[in-house]
Design a protein around this ligand. Structure first.
Ligand SMILES: Cc1cc2nc3c(=O)[nH]c(=O)nc-3n(C[C@H](O)[C@H](O)[C@H](O)COP(=O)(O)OP(=O)(O)OC[C@H]3O[C@@H](n4cnc5c(N)ncnc54)[C@H](O)[C@@H]3O)c2cc1C
Length: 326
């Protein structure tokens, strides 16, 4: 559904300037009161879109929150203060949670569409996702724990723009289109163009992510692997999604990775090394070697660059081997 086709009937209002609605935390600092309940706060998509556009506020003074970042804002405050995405104590907050128009998983023509507020639990429970993008279901299952999966959204994962966002390589490998909207209308941003720098996106400050469109491809195979410190509740050290078409030689190969660069990335040289090749031992060796040479990860608290490079190459090798059945 397009922004300009939304039904406004029966929808109340929820987009408040919370600057005057404060309480004190345990050490006496003022903070915004918790959000009102969902029942009280149904609203239409136009309200936040218009609100953001009319106010012309820079991102630092107006932020959008669905859930997980708000719930952990104390822990994330340092990150948010230094990021271009939002301030930890914004002048106003737009709560998207009650906007039904941002929900829903459906087939729309030749694509699977997922509303920006689709949670990881929604993805895991969706028969359509299991049928058309099982790799996204796998990715959703690796994120946080049940609480995060119930409240964290795909739109939030995308806009958060963390290079370690676990769904992002899947979206890149699936040639996803991020549909963003503002008062000016909607526009499509290919996932490959969405993350423009470290925690930076192609979103203008008056735009929201409205939905994600995943082109359907009947013959597409995709594999997802996440490597973290533990099997659950871990931020990725390396996350990889590999997609291809055809059960003999591989066509339209996509190799997308997270946690190995400032943004989620596609590995173009590795894709070329796999294109039109069968998944043989020689292909796996060549692709893994190419990937190890192509990546330029960083050292950080979670991992060394060398570890990331080697693990990414080994995981890709394993994916090709499993696909080849040898
Ligand atoms: C304990 C914990 C564990 C986690 N584990 C993982 C993990 O394993 N893997 C992983 O990838 N992430 C993880 N996360 C990060 C986070 O939960 C996810 O990125 C989640 O998808 C964020 O979605 P959200 O709806 O909560 O967004 P929020 O946290 O509310 O928002 C994140 C950012 O996106 C913006 N935003 C949100 N929705 C929109 C929209 N529709 N349009 C425009 N901007 C928008 C907000 O303004 C904000 O800047 C974890 C977080 C916590 C607290």
């Amino acid at each position: 559904m397009r922004v300009d086709q939304l039904d406004l009937l029966g929808l109340g209002h929820r987009m408040g300037d919370v600057a005057g609605d404060v309480e004190q935390d345990v050490i006496g600092r003022e903070r915004a009161r918790s959000f009102e309940s969902i029942e009280e706060s149904r609203c239409a998509l136009e309200e936040p879109l218009e609100g953001r556009a009319v106010d012309h506020q820079p991102p630092a003074s107006r932020t959008i929150r669905c859930s997980t970042r708000a719930a952990t804002s104390r822990r994330y405050s340092a990150v948010e203060r230094t990021s271009s995405i939002g301030a930890s104590s914004p002048a106003s907050v737009v709560d998207l949670w009650a906007i039904e128009a941002l929900r829903g998983i459906a087939i729309d023509g030749d694509a699977l569409t997922l509303g920006a507020l689709t949670t990881y639990t929604d993805v895991r429970r969706s028969a359509l996702c299991r049928e058309h993008v099982p790799a996204l279901v796998e990715a959703a299952a690796t994120i946080g724990a049940a609480q995060i999966q119930n409240r964290g959204t795909l739109g939030g994962n995308i806009a958060n723009a963390s290079p370690a966002g676990d769904t992002l390589p899947v979206l890149l490998a699936a040639d996803a289109v991020i549909v963003v909207g503002s008062e000016r209308g909607e526009r499509d941003v290919p996932a490959a163009e969405f993350w423009t720098g470290y925690r930076q996106t192609a979103l203008a400050h008056d735009e929201l992510i409205v939905r994600i469109r995943l082109p359907l491809a009947a013959e597409r195979e995709m594999r997802f692997r996440k490597v973290g410190t533990r099997r659950a509740q871990a931020i990725s050290k390396v996350v990889i999604a590999v997609a291809w078409q055809g059960d003999g030689s591989w066509r339209d190969v996509r190799v997308a990775l997270g946690s190995v660069a400032a943004t989620p990335v596609r590995a173009a040289a590795t894709e070329a090394a796999l294109e039109d090749r069968r998944p043989t031992p020689e292909t796996a060796d060549a692709a893994a070697e190419t990937l190890a040479g192509e990546l330029a990860p960083i050292d950080d608290v979670r991992s060394t660059a060398e570890y990331r490079r080697l693990v990414a190459a080994r995981v890709l090798h394993r994916i090709v081997r499993d696909a080849g059945g040898w």
